[in-house]
Design a protein around this ligand. Structure first.
Ligand SMILES: [Fe+2]
Length: 296
C-alpha cells in the first residue's frame, strides 16, 4: 500500500506535476497516450473475462454500477460522479505510493488515492508498485458497496490511531489480508471460495492461484489471527483468509481497536504459512513452491 517511493515521486516532480501537501494532483489526463489506453483496454478485457465466476458478485455489481470504461483510462471525475453520490467516497489522483500517515488520512476522510499513471505493455503480468489499473480496477468497484465502503472508512480511522500508537504493522496485516488479498466463502466455487481482494483481482496469476492452486492455506477469517500473521510481498500468498460475507467486515469495522492493539502488542507474530490448531481450515496448503524466508 503506502511506503514512500521517493524515486517515483521525484520522477513526477521532475515531470512538472504540481503535487499538493496531501500528495494529490489533478489527474493529468492529457498525458495519457494511445499506449496507456491500449494497456487499460487489454488488462480490463483480460481480467473481466477471467474474473467471471471467480470474483464475488459485489465486485461485478460495483464494476457495472460505476460504469467503468473498457477501452480507455477512466477520467477520475467521471468515476466520482457515480461513486460519491452512492457512498460518499471519492478517488483522488496521486503520483504513486504515498506515506502511510497521508494514505490513512485520505481513507479516514473517504478519499481513496489512485496512482494516475499506467504500467507499460511489458508489465501486464507483474508490477512492483501499484499503477492506475491496480488502484482503480482493483479497489474502486467495492467502494461503491455500502458495507465495504464503511469498512474502508473505519479501517482508515483505526490505522491513523494505530500509527500514533506505534502499532501500524498489526493494521497493515489486516489491510493486506482483506483489502488486498481477501477471499470470501462461496460453496459452489473451487475450494469453496471466491475473490474480492484488489491485489488478486488486478492480477491474472494470483486470480487463478488464490482460488484454484493446492499450494496455499485458506483459513477462516479471524481478526486477531490476521493481525498477528506476517505476509509476502514478493510472491503469491502462502495463506489467504476467507470471510463468510461482507457482514463479517462490518463487524470488524465496529471493533474498538485501542484495547485490541494493546493486547496484541506483546504477542508474537505467526509466520505467513503457519496453520494453527484453532484455525478454521478450509484448505491446508501443499506448500508447493513456497520459499523458506522472506515474510514481512
Ligand atoms: Fe492496492
Amino acid at each position: 500500500m503506502s511506503t514512500a517511493n521517493t524515486a517515483k515521486l521525484k520522477e513526477q516532480f521532475d515531470a512538472g506535476l504540481e503535487t499538493r501537501a496531501d500528495f494529490t494532483i489533478d489527474q493529468p489526463t492529457e498525458r495519457y497516450g494511445a499506449v496507456d489506453h491500449a494497456v487499460w483496454q487489454q488488462l480490463y478485457a483480460r481480467q473481466t473475462a477471467l474474473l467471471k465466476g471467480r470474483v464475488c458478485d459485489e465486485f461485478l455489481a460495483g464494476v457495472d454500477c460505476i460504469g467503468m470504461p473498457h477501452d480507455r483510462v477512466p477520467s477520475f471525475d467521471e468515476i466520482n460522479a457515480k461513486l460519491t453520490p452512492a457512498t460518499g467516497w471519492q478517488i483522488v489522483a496521486v503520483p504513486g505510493l504515498v506515506p502511510d500517515q497521508v494514505f490513512f488520512e485520505h481513507l479516514a476522510n473517504r478519499r481513496f488515492p489512485v496512482t494516475w499513471w499506467m504500467r507499460r505493455p511489458d508489465q501486464l503480468d507483474y508490477l512492483q508498485e501499484p499503477d492506475c489499473f491496480h488502484d482503480l480496477f482493483g479497489h474502486v468497484p467495492l467502494l461503491i458497496n455500502p458495507v465495504f465502503a464503511d469498512y474502508m472508512h473505519a479501517y482508515g480511522r483505526a490505522a491513523l490511531a494505530a500509527n500514533d500508537a506505534g502499532a501500524l504493522p498489526l493494521l497493515a496485516r489486516l489491510y493486506w489480508y482483506t483489502v488486498e488479498f481477501g477471499l470470501i466463502r462461496d460453496a459452489a466455487s473451487p475450494n469453496g471460495v471466491k475473490i474480492y481482494g484488489a491485489g488478486i483481482v488486478s492480477s491474472k496469476g494470483e486470480t487463478l492461484y488464490s482460488q484454484q492452486s493446492a499450494a496455499p492455506n485458506r483459513l477462516g477469517f479471524d481478526l486477531e489471527r490476521v493481525m498477528r500473521t506476517r505476509y509476502r510481498i514478493d510472491t503469491f500468498q502462502k495463506t489467504y483468509f476467507v470471510i463468510d460475507d461482507f457482514a463479517q467486515l462490518f463487524g470488524v469495522a465496529q471493533t474498538d481497536f485501542a484495547p485490541l492493539l494493546a493486547k496484541l502488542a506483546t504477542e508474537p507474530a505467526f509466520a505467513a504459512g503457519d496453520v494453527l490448531e484453532q484455525d478454521r481450515v478450509i484448505t491446508h496448503g501443499s506448500q508447493e513452491g513456497w520459499q523458506a524466508d522472506g515474510d514481512i
